[in-house]
Each structure stands twice: as structure tokens, then as C-alpha cells.
Design a binder for this molecule. Structure first.
Ligand code: CDP
Length: 236
């Protein structure tokens, strides 16, 4: 697949946003593999800040301490595409891939990512990672805030039961004991906080294409996005 000349901007950057467990990470990896792009999982950055703040006993209502952690995270954060289509997350030499996906981090991440100073630091890091590169970036505010000029923005959605099912399967696959009602409630709570925060809330960018993934496989969604790229003349 060939990426068309992107003109002055020089780069093909794809923004993928959507609520929790809507399939963003899987689809972003699929697109990155298919077209050969850098992939940036912005949620892993907020999760890493939440992990370190938990370890250091910093609460979500201590903004200064959180911003200090965000700065440290941003200076040693690294993503690496590994075998078997996994995106490994490193803080310096420490591999935090599994820890940031724990239910505990899931519960503490939204309050941490509400903090404007944390967001400013993470947005800076995200822009820095994709500077001058073809990339697919996924999160909550990519199309609205991080890459407002991205030539393709999509917003993935799925019903609450389907998102609960996907997240439960993902946790079970990692050996976590799962109570589905609890998973559903935690996803709903996170979506509420993410959608109602003052800075960069989760919402559909005016020029984003909404895709309901409820009855689609990840491969279907990747095909659909690749089709959108071709329709826009961004790849051929
Ligand atoms: O994988 P899942 O959809 O559950 O979440 P994630 O993408 O790993 O994001 C975890 C949390 O980070 C979200 O619930 C948001 O609170 C925060 N986040 C954010 O505020 N902005 C982003 N661009 C990405 C994630």
C-alpha cells in the first residue's frame, strides 16, 4: 500500500477516538500493520501516570504532584511494537505493559486524566512522538485537540453490552477474575468522567466519521478505515 503525497503537512496522520473498550487499540494496531505507520496509544500514557501515582501514594486531588509525575513519565515513556501484534509500554527500562491494564489502574485513570496540567504534558508528548511521521493515534481527544488537522478522523462506538463483553474477555485472557456487572459499571463511570471533564472531553470531532463497531470484527473495521483512506485519496 502506498501513502499518497500529503502536501505541506507532509504526513498521513489518522485520529481514532471513542469510549472505553470500543476497539481503538486493536484497530489502530491493525491499521499500523496494514499501512506501515507508527502507532500511538495515548491511553497508555494516562494509565502510566495513574500507575506511578498509585505506587507513590499520590491522590487525584494533588494536581502539583500529578503534574510532576506526568513530566517524569513523559521524559522516559516509550512504545514498542512487539511480536504478536502487541504494543509494549516502557518507562525507561521498566516494562509496564501488563500493570497499566490492571482493573486498579482502570479505576484510577479517569480522575488523573481530568487534571489539565497532566493533559498538557501528555498532549505535548503525543505530538512529539508523531512529529514528522506517518502515524495512527488513538484516544479520547485526538481529533479534537491533539491532531485537529488530521486528514482522517474516526470515532469508534459500540453498545454498552458489547464493550463490557470485549473488556471482560480481555481481562479473562490475562487471568483476571471478572465480575461482568462490575466491568460494565466501571466502563460507564469512566465514560461519564471522560465525557464531562472541563478540558478536552471525549466527543465526536465535527469532521470525524462515526463507526459503530458493535457487530463488526476488528478486521472489518480496519477494512472500513482503509477504504476511507483510499476514498480520500490518502493511500492508493
Ligand atoms: O482501553 P480503554 O478504552 O479502556 O482506555 P484507554 O484508551 O487505555 O484510556 C484510559 C483512560 O485514559 C481513559 O478512560 C481516559 O480517562 C484517559 N485518556 C484520556 O483522557 N485522553 C486520551 N487521549 C486517552 C485516554
Amino acid at each position: 500500500m502506498i501513502i499518497s503525497d500529503q502536501g505541506a503537512a507532509g504526513r498521513l496522520q489518522i485520529a481514532i477516538d471513542g469510549p472505553a473498550a470500543s476497539g481503538k487499540s486493536t484497530v489502530a494496531l491493525g491499521i499500523a500493520r496494514r499501512i506501515g505507520l507508527v502507532v500511538v496509544d495515548s491511553g497508555s500514557m494516562y494509565r502510566t501516570v495513574a500507575l506511578i501515582s498509585m505506587e507513590e501514594g499520590i491522590s487525584a486531588d494533588d494536581p502539583e504532584a500529578l503534574v510532576e509525575i506526568a513530566r517524569r513519565v513523559s521524559s522516559s515513556f516509550r512504545l514498542e511494537l512487539a511480536e504478536g501484534d502487541t504494543l509494549r509500554v516502557y518507562l525507561g527500562e521498566r516494562d509496564v505493559t501488563a500493570e497499566i491494564r490492571s482493573p486498579e489502574v482502570g479505576r484510577s485513570v479517569s480522575p488523573v486524566s481530568e487534571e489539565p496540567g497532566v493533559r498538557a504534558e501528555m498532549v505535548r508528548l503525543q505530538r512529539c512522538l508523531v512529529e514528522g511521521r506517518d502515524a495512527v493515534v488513538e484516544g479520547r481527544d485526538i481529533g479534537t485537540t491533539v491532531l485537529p488537522d488530521a486528514p482522517l478522523k474516526v470515532f469508534l462506538e459500540a453498545t454498552s453490552p458489547e464493550r463490557t463483553r470485549r473488556r471482560a474477555l480481555e481481562l479473562e485472557a490475562r487471568g483476571v477474575d471478572v465480575d461482568r456487572d462490575q466491568v460494565r459499571e466501571e466502563i460507564a463511570l469512566r465514560d461519564r468522567i471522560d465525557s464531562s471533564r472541563a478540558v478536552s472531553p471525549l466527543r465526536l470531532a465535527a469532521d470525524a466519521v462515526p463507526i459503530d463497531t458493535t457487530d463488526k470484527t476488528a478486521a472489518d473495521v480496519v477494512d472500513e478505515i482503509v477504504g476511507l483512506l483510499a476514498d480520500k485519496g490518502l493511500i492508493h
